[in-house]
Structures are given as structure tokens and as C-alpha cells.
Design a protein. Structure first.
Length: 298
């Protein structure tokens, strides 16, 4: 309600003056990614990020008060990253110094008292591999409360399934922002992150709350700001580096969001020989490498 009131006041104030004014920045997207007529509006001194569907002329009016509006960014389309699932070598690699081991050594209490939010395509909570530890928190895709794509369930399984797990006792919370075809938007990504910020404080997980974001899009100031809000709230946030451009050529992670936010933990993919995956993005913003080729999961 406060955002709507502020938006109305800004439009009225702009209509009342013809004097030239300094405008808040308007960040546009590449033509292939942009969603016409939809903008993300970041107000100064307001914690939330707001999305409005307005005409371009109205955007100019809203931007006319830089003392209230930090920036306006055009919404854009996002695409889920692909997943390959053929062999369970990745777990063994995590507990050994060198590649090629057939054993995985782990703490059988790993994940206890930890909640992992998977902001993705949702989670198939009834999957037996999750042993009742998975929960569907929210959906932003036409009321669909299931994973009709599979990517989110795969990620959740890599985190905490009983067979393919890294932390088999972790609670897994799914937030669906991608549809069955693997598409979303920056504004839905922000909505999903905001839901974590709303939901996590009410949860009782004494050891940790962590966030998994295994997708990427072209660089977005608004999406990076949302990721920073997770870090500022004290939540360890893991981000995929990204899987190359439209022509399968890896790119510098600095051009992708939210992987380009320095305060998050950005992960690039490695293969069974400890080489960087030929599809994985690169650059100085990569924090760690982890198994990402032919990884078997739920």
C-alpha cells in the first residue's frame, strides 16, 4: 500500500511541474531479454523492491524524483540452467583430495538443524528420497504447487536426499519461480528471494539457513540487490556461475545475475577429471568449483 501511495504521489508531482529535473537511473535490458511495459522500481529508504506494469511515459515521471527513487530497471526474462544426470561420481569427489575415488565419506548428522531454501522450479516434496524433510513454501507460477520441470527437485536432491545427498538431514524448502519450460523473469526471481526473507525468520533452524540459486540471467542491478539482501540478513547464499551464452560459449560471470554480486558464493562446474566444465562461466568472481557434469540426483 505504501508503494502504491508513493507511486501515485510521484506521478502527481511530476504532472505539476514543467521544470527540468534530474532523473533516477533507468536501466534497460538487451532486446532479446526485455519484457515490454514492466519495470522494477527501487525506492530509497524502503527495504522491499517493487514491480509495476506501467507505460514508458509513466516511468519517466516516476524517475523524475531521484530523492525518492533509487533506480528503475526494465524487467526481463530468465532461463533455468540445464542439468545432466548420468553418474554419481560427484559425491565421492567432495570427500577426497583427488579425482577418481569410489568412496564418499560423510558426517551422518550433516544437515541437522539446517534449512536449505531452493529457489527454482519447486520441489517434488513426496519423493521418497526426501524422507518427509521437503516442504513447498510458495509458488509464483499460476498457483502450481509442484515441480513440473524437475530442476528444483534435482538441486534439492543434491543438497539433502538420502542417497545423493551432501547433507542428508537438512530440511528442504522449495519456492517455485520457474515454469515447466524453465522460464521465469527478474521480477519473479526477486519475489522468490523476498519470500525467503519473509519466511526464514519464522523458522527454527539453529545451525543455519542457506539459500540455493541454481540459475542465472544477464546482469540485473535489481536481482543483485535482492541477493545482497539475503547476505545482509545473514543467510549463506550459493549461486550458480551460469552456463554460457546462446551459442554455448562460456562467458565472464561478471555479466550475469545474481552470480556477479561479490558478496554471494558463486560456484562454477567441474567435471570428473577436475577440469572446468566446457559450458561453465568463468572469471574473478568465481569462489569455488564443484561437480557439475553427469551428476546423478533425484
Amino acid at each position: 500500500m505504501r508503494f502504491i501511495a508513493a507511486l501515485t504521489a510521484l506521478l502527481m508531482a511530476e504532472a505539476a511541474t514543467a521544470s527540468p529535473v534530474k532523473h533516477a537511473p533507468l536501466i534497460t535490458q538487451q532486446e532479446r531479454e526485455a519484457l515490454g511495459g514492466k519495470y522494477i522500481i527501487m525506492m530509497k529508504n524502503v527495504a522491499s523492491i517493487n514491480v509495476a506494469k506501467v507505460l514508458k511515459t509513466a516511468v519517466d515521471s516516476i524517475a523524475a524524483d531521484p530523492d525518492i527513487v533509487a533506480y528503475i530497471e526494465q524487467d526481463s526474462r530468465a532461463k533455468i540452467l540445464a542439468t545432466q544426470s548420468n553418474a554419481p561420481w560427484g559425491l565421492a569427489r567432495l570427500s577426497n583430495k583427488s579425482p577418481g575415488s569410489k568412496t564418499y565419506t560423510y558426517d551422518d548428522s550433516a544437515g541437522q538443524g539446517v534449512c536449505a531454501y531452493v529457489v527454482d522450479t519447486g520441489i517434488e516434496v513426496s519423493h521418497p528420497e526426501f524422507q518427509g524433510r521437503a516442504k513447498f513454501v510458495a509458488t509464483y507460477v499460476n498457483g502450481i504447487n509442484t515441480d513440473d520441470h524437475g530442476h528444483g527437485t534435482h538441486c534439492a536432491g543434491t543438497i539433502g536426499s538420502k542417497t545423493y545427498r551432501v547433507a542428508k538431514k537438512a530440511s528442504l524448502y522449495g519456492i517455485k519461480i520457474f515454469n515447466k519450460n524453465g522460464f521465469s523473469t527478474d521480477s519473479l526471481i526477486i519475489a522468490g528471494i523476498d519470500r525467503v526473507l519473509q519466511d526464514a525468520p519464522s523458522q527454527d533452524y539453529p545451525n543455519s539457513v542457506v539459500i540455493n540459486i541454481s540459475f542465472g540471467n544477464t546482469k540485473s542491478t535489481a536481482v543483485n540487490s535482492a541477493a545482497k539482501a539475503l547476505i545482509d540478513a545473514g543467510y549463506f547464499t550459493v549461486i550458480a556461475a551460469g552456463n554460457s551464452d546462446l551459442f554455448s560459449n562460456p562467458e565472464d560471470t561478471a555479466g550475469f545475475s545474481p552470480a556477479s554480486k561479490p558478496s554471494v558464493c558463486t560456484i562454477s562446474a567441474s567435471d570428473i577429471s577436475d577440469k572446468v566444465a566446457d559450458f561453465s562461466n568463468y572469471g574473478s568472481l568465481i569462489d569455488l568449483y564443484a561437480p557439475g557434469v553427469d551428476v546423478l540426483s533425484t
